[in-house]
Design a protein. Structure first.
Ligand SMILES: [Zn+2]
Length: 561
């Protein structure tokens, strides 16, 4: 349905506003939302997702921008809620198809600058914004509101539109004693609630957890206790953008007479950005380079390592494998994995923990000690958000289907009328018309694989799955360039299909069958003959399918000599 028809059908005189979800509803990550009115639009966030698909290797996923490319509206702003990769990571790719000013708080923009510097985008138009300071973009007036989360300077957005106010929470929790003293702006949410909010879009990540998530600052005494008992070096691994945690570890290290050594490129970068933006206000010399620390007394060192999810090339994984060029863990060392284990990563992280134990370290992680506090609101906080904002309509965001589903039920319980609660998924749209909200038509949305910084072929993962499950056979056929005749029996090379490569009975019989089939093939045989290659593929695949129920990838190679 076009917006014109929506307007014609509407019982309200307000210009309708369409909210379109291009990512983040149905998965954790890939967050991207479009808010559109009368041919103008703003985008909120633009994140990546790290796939839990081992066959993707180091690839990552970004939202599909096809709908934005084919758009019939102007984009006036890209507004970012905070510095996490699942909210800003896809920006370099978005900027290839959309050009618009990018709005974010100081810390968010510092991380965006780094993200963009790593890509080929030149001169993005970055505009700093601050809580309670409204700015306008097209038909919208946008007010950032301070929230607390696991990266500093995080904001929610109150977006005033011709069809009413939309509140987008970003990622948040309600921390009443945050590390940087910047408290969650309850008052502003309550004022908006009294004014009237047409739609609340709220973070669903932790809806499965009862109660409240607790304050980040509650970690400090625990870290102090563990660090002061450590005989050797202290290591802590956390997300590198978690500047509050880095700050707390550094404060505790200072108290314990240790100096802090960032390990890994990302962590070193974050410490630098944190110092530049005033989030880590420590005396020069508090942080050391790994090379400077090598000859210092071990008891005087605290390492901050990237790789809390066990990423194979990360500093922590190398240390755990005994393969770090500068740091070797020894008995007496203590390692704290201060993060949630993202589902899908447990095995890899388990391997890292095993490695650390083998080297003699003592290891603390969330399931054995309270060494992590979540940055997302648990149920009581989510309920509080709904009670503050008192929205007419509600859409749960940031979560897998089960999170969205539970959050929807929570909103209904909290008093939002059921008919005004919408469970949207990627590609869904919602129309606000000044009176109420209703579903609009579905738009194109999806995921795109990025490998080595470039867009990958969507068929890639499917192909790798087949390779992993079925294996591959290379079939080499040698022909004479002069006569166009077969010169020798075909040769088969197996990878992951049968054991005893070359000596296998199956390989021998498959060769015989292929040779027999080639005898019936009407030549002449040439390297460019596509029908010949198809014939080879069919013959080899049929043999393995009939005999051992496998359908390997067959790579036909015709060599002319
Ligand atoms: Zn976040």
């Amino acid at each position: 349905m076009g917006l014109d028809r929506v307007m014609a059908e509407s019982t309200s005189t307000a210009v309708p506003v369409r909210v379109a979800v291009l990512g983040g509803l149905g998965e954790i990550g890939l967050n991207l939302m479009v808010i559109e009115c009368a041919g103008r639009a703003i985008l909120v966030d633009c994140g990546v997702m790290f796939p839990d698909e081992p066959l993707l290797g180091s690839g990552l996923l970004i939202p599909d921008f096809s709908w934005l490319e084919s758009r019939r509206f102007e984009i006036d702003a890209i507004v970012l809620t905070h510095a996490h990769e699942d909210h800003i990571g896809a920006l370099p790719y978005l900027l290839r198809v959309v050009s618009a000013p990018i709005y974010g708080t100081a810390v968010t923009l510092a991380f965006v600058r780094r993200r963009i510097a790593e890509s080929n985008v030149s001169d993005p138009d970055l505009r700093a914004i601050a809580p309670r300071r409204s700015f306008s973009a097209g038909p919208f007036t946008i007010e950032p509101i301070r929230v607390t989360h696991s990266t500093p300077d995080s904001i929610a957005l109150a977006i005033r539109t011709p069809a009413g106010t939309i509140v987008h929470t970003g990622d948040f929790k309600i921390d009443d004693s945050p590390v940087d003293g910047q408290i969650f702006d309850r008052e502003r949410f309550a004022e908006l609630g009294r004014e009237g909010v047409a739609l609340l879009l709220s973070d669903s990540t932790n809806v499965e957890r009862a109660g409240r998530s607790g304050s980040e600052s509650s970690l400090k005494p625990i870290l102090r206790e563990i660090m002061s008992r450590a005989q050797g070096r202290f290591f802590l691994s956390a997300f590198s953008s978690h500047l509050h945690r880095i700050r707390q570890v550094t404060e505790v290290a200072r108290e314990c007479g240790r100096r802090v050594v960032p390990l890994g490129r990302r962590m070193a970068e974050s410490v630098r950005l944190g110092s530049e933006t005033g989030q880590l206000g420590f005396a020069p010399g508090m942080f050391l380079e790994p090379g400077e620390a090598e000859f210092m007394t071990q008891r005087n060192l605290a390492y901050l390592a990237s790789g809390s999810q066990g990423e194979p090339l990360s500093a922590l994984a190398r240390v755990a494998a005994g393969a770090h060029p500068r740091v070797a863990v020894e008995p007496g060392d203590v390692v704290v994995l201060s993060s949630r284990f993202i589902p899908g990563n447990e095995k890899t992280i388990g391997g890292v923990i095993n490695g650390l134990y083998k080297l003699g370290a003592e290891v603390y992680y969330e399931s054995v000690a309270p060494v992590h506090v979540s940055g997302h609101a648990s149920r009581d906080e989510l309920e509080e958000m709904i009670a503050l904002v008192r929205p007419r309509s509600f859409v749960p965001i940031h979560g897998e289907y089960r999170h969205l589903s539970r959050h929807l039920a929570l909103a209904i319980e909290a008093g939002v009328p059921e008919r005004n609660c919408f469970l949207l998924e990627d590609g869904d749209t919602l129309i606000l018309d000044g009176v109420g909200a209703r579903r609009g038509r579905v738009v194109e949305a999806g995921r795109v694989i990025i490998e080595g910084g470039e867009e990958g072929d969507p068929a890639l993962v499917g192909e790798r799955r087949v390779l992993a499950r079925e294996g591959a056979i290379t079939a080499v056929v040698v022909v004479s360039a002069k006569t166009g005749k077969l010169l020798a029996d075909p040769y088969l090379i197996s990878r992951g299909v049968v054991s005893g490569n070359g000596t296998s009975e199956h390989i021998r019989r498959a060769r015989e069958e292929l040779a027999a089939r080639l005898l019936q093939y009407r030549g002449p045989f040439t390297a460019g003959d596509i029908a010949l290659k198809e014939e080879i593929t069919r013959a080899v695949r049929r043999y393995f399918s009939d005999e051992i129920d496998k359908r390997p990838v067959v790579i036909p190679v015709v060599v002319e000599v």
